[in-house]
Design a protein around this ligand. Structure first.
Ligand SMILES: [Zn+2]
Length: 343
């Protein structure tokens, strides 16, 4: 009998340093110390962790090329151009150069960046233009995408599909955060309320769900983040969401379709419920895709007690121990490899 297999995909939303999250972040421009200092530290730190084939972890670095970058630096691909040798070195080490576009727009009135979630025409043209510049720096790359704030709608999904992107791994099954009304200018809105906890080819009529019957599907595979379906942990995070958003419906949602998620740089006792989900899933399937992500500023000294490089290291060890306990293999793979492993 073949051994069961856990494919581990580690993405990084390679965003600039977050103000308040790191000390001394510049406000007049964007700071990149998480990316420039944190990534090399991480590569060195995790090297001794090996998968069942003796390979060290690989990462899918989702790089920023979007309207906000253009506003700050002049071009969509400015960050790619500025640090081209840095990214090529990562690629040469076995990692992937992927894409992380945000729909950030600047509001002159409040002098704040917000998420443009209404203007679909703008979203589509921004994605097309930024993608063209991405490929002018890195031809043939951006085959995998993690969207800013995990956001999609049918048009953005269809646009990436038509641009030839193979894998989207933005999804967080069951989670849904929506503005109370259309005039709100804020961030962090997305809708994965109907999505399953495994990769799927979405229906062209609704990116959030698998196609049924002979419905048409996108060619781009959706490979959502691996989540815990623990009722207890779902309720805890539902309470946190409800408080943050002042919306009690988040509690009912948490009870109806349990979901709990935290990134791989998260504190190990908070990450453990997600690792524990593997056991139940592996009983039903031969292979599972453990897809996770983090932000680079979590890799260096920061103002939070919840995220660190040490936690990322410990969580990888925890994943390995869980696989051992279950008699399963682990394979570190790039996001772009999900499609060939998923049949
Ligand atoms: Zn981001």
């Amino acid at each position: 009998m073949n051994k069961k297999r856990i494919y581990i995909v580690i993405g990084c939303d390679t965003d600039p340093d977050r103000v308040n999250f790191l000390p001394n972040v510049p406000t007049e421009t964007l700071g990149w110390s998480g990316m420039l200092e944190g990534i090399p530290l991480t590569k060195e730190k995790v090297e001794d962790i090996k998968d069942s084939q003796g390979n060290s972890p690989v990462f899918s670095w989702c790089l920023r090329a979007d309207h906000q970058i253009k506003e700050y630096y002049g071009n969509y691909n400015s960050i790619l151009e500025l640090h081209k040798p840095f990214f090529l070195e990562l690629e040469n080490s076995g990692d992937e150069i992927a894409w992380h576009p945000h729909f950030f727009k600047f509001d002159e009135q409040t002098q704040k960046w917000y998420q443009e979630f209404k203007n679909i025409k703008w979203q589509k043209s921004m994605l097309k233009n930024a993608h063209a510049e991405f490929l002018s720096t890195f031809p043939g790359r951006a085959k995998s995408v993690r969207m800013g704030w995990d956001y999609h709608n049918n048009d953005t999904f269809s646009t990436l599909n038509d641009l030839g992107v193979d894998i989207d791994f933005s999804g967080i099954p069951s989670l849904f955060i929506h503005p109370k009304n259309d005039s709100i200018k804020s961030v962090n809105f997305f809708d994965w309320s109907l999505s399953p906890n495994h990769p799927y080819y979405p229906a062209t009529s609704d990116y959030r769900r698998e196609a049924v019957g002979d419905e048409r599907t996108f060619k781009m595979l959706e490979a959502p983040n691996f989540i815990s379906q623990s009722l207890l942990w779902s309720l805890i995070s539902g309470l946190v969401f409800a408080k943050k958003m002042k919306d009690v419906s988040q509690i009912f949602r948490a009870l109806k379709k349990p979901v709990y998620w935290i990134g791989i740089t998260g504190k190990t006792n908070l990450f453990a419920p997600i690792v524990n989900q593997i056991e139940g899933d592996l009983k039903k399937k031969d292979n599972i895709f453990f897809i996770t992500y983090f932000h680079p500023d979590e890799l260096i000294e920061n103002n939070s007690s919840l995220y660190s490089l040490q936690y990322l290291y410990d969580n990888l060890k925890l994943l390995k121990a869980k696989a051992n306990q279950l008699g399963a293999d682990i394979h570190f793979i790039k996001a772009s490899e999900i499609k060939t492993k998923f049949m």
